[in-house]
Design a protein around this ligand. Structure first.
Ligand code: C5P
Length: 236
């Protein structure tokens, strides 16, 4: 499934991020194609901006998608809600779900296949990840008018930058999203930014497979410049 309901404000003003153009097609179309290209994928569910469902259906219809079954549902106010709404549109007979950000339009099919294969081989939850180029520091709150103090520097060799698609047993993903919703309604929302983070939060085991540098997330304007260059190189 593809959560695609975000506004993408860090990319600057304009259409919702998933509908921004890259090489003549919206980011979302690239992301759906990237999944549909995998033989492991039989159905793609897209969580569209709530006021953009008809537009997304039209866009996906007009760009042929390898004959895969594609369903579009209205997404929610947060990524977590969008994933939960997308999951509700996936039947219980489906055993494995991959969750892939519309904002990662260029993920190579090898990454999609590797994530699906690792879940099929028995993992509960799988994330593709790459080593970090930068050193990372944890900082504390800045005192009034002052700079943020560095607290410590985790050993870079043990850190990974995590991408999507993230893969799960469907029943586990549905369970952790239901538990997170219940906690949220009790005012105890777990602070996680990805689906695997929810599995970790509830004590599940997440494992890593190699990601790919071209699976980067389009977040800021410079990322679009890079994505255009990668696409041009692929088309050359
Ligand atoms: O904003 P960010 O890049 O972290 O969003 C990651 C993905 O989650 C994007 O594909 C975005 O469209 C999606 N999202 C969503 N619903 C929201 C917020 C984000 O589907 N309310």
């Amino acid at each position: 499934m593809v959560p695609a309901a975000g506004r993408g404000e860090r990319l600057g003003p304009g259409a919702p991020k998933a509908l921004r153009e890259l090489g003549g097609a919206p980011l979302l179309v690239h992301a759906v194609r990237a999944l549909a290209r995998s033989r492991a994928v039989g159905l793609v569910v897209v969580a569209a901006p709530p006021d953009g469902v008809a537009e997304v259906v039209g866009l996906l219809d007009s760009h042929g998608l390898d004959g895969k079954d594609v369903r579009v549902v209205a997404g929610g106010a947060t990524r977590q809600e969008s994933v939960r709404l997308g999951l509700a549109a996936i039947g219980e007979q489906v055993e494995i779900v991959l969750v892939h950000d519309a904002a990662r339009p260029l993920v190579p099919v090898e990454v999609v296949d590797a994530v699906a294969a690792a879940v099929r081989a028995g993992a509960q939850a799988v994330v593709p990840a790459v080593p970090l180029a930068d050193t990372v520091k944890r900082v504390g709150p800045a005192p009034a008018g002052g700079p943020e103090p560095v607290l410590d520097t985790p050993d870079r060799a043990t850190l990974r930058a995590v991408q999507t698609p993230q893969g799960f047993r469907r029943s586990l993903l549905a369970e952790v999203h239901a538990r997170a919703l219940a906690e949220q309604e009790a005012g105890l929302a777990p602070a996680v930014t990805d689906d695997a983070g929810l599995v970790e939060h509830y004590g599940g085991q997440v494992v890593v497979v190699p990601g790919h540098e071209e699976a980067f997330k389009v977040t800021r304007p410079l990322d679009l410049v890079l994505a255009e260059a990668v696409l041009a190189r692929r088309r050359a």
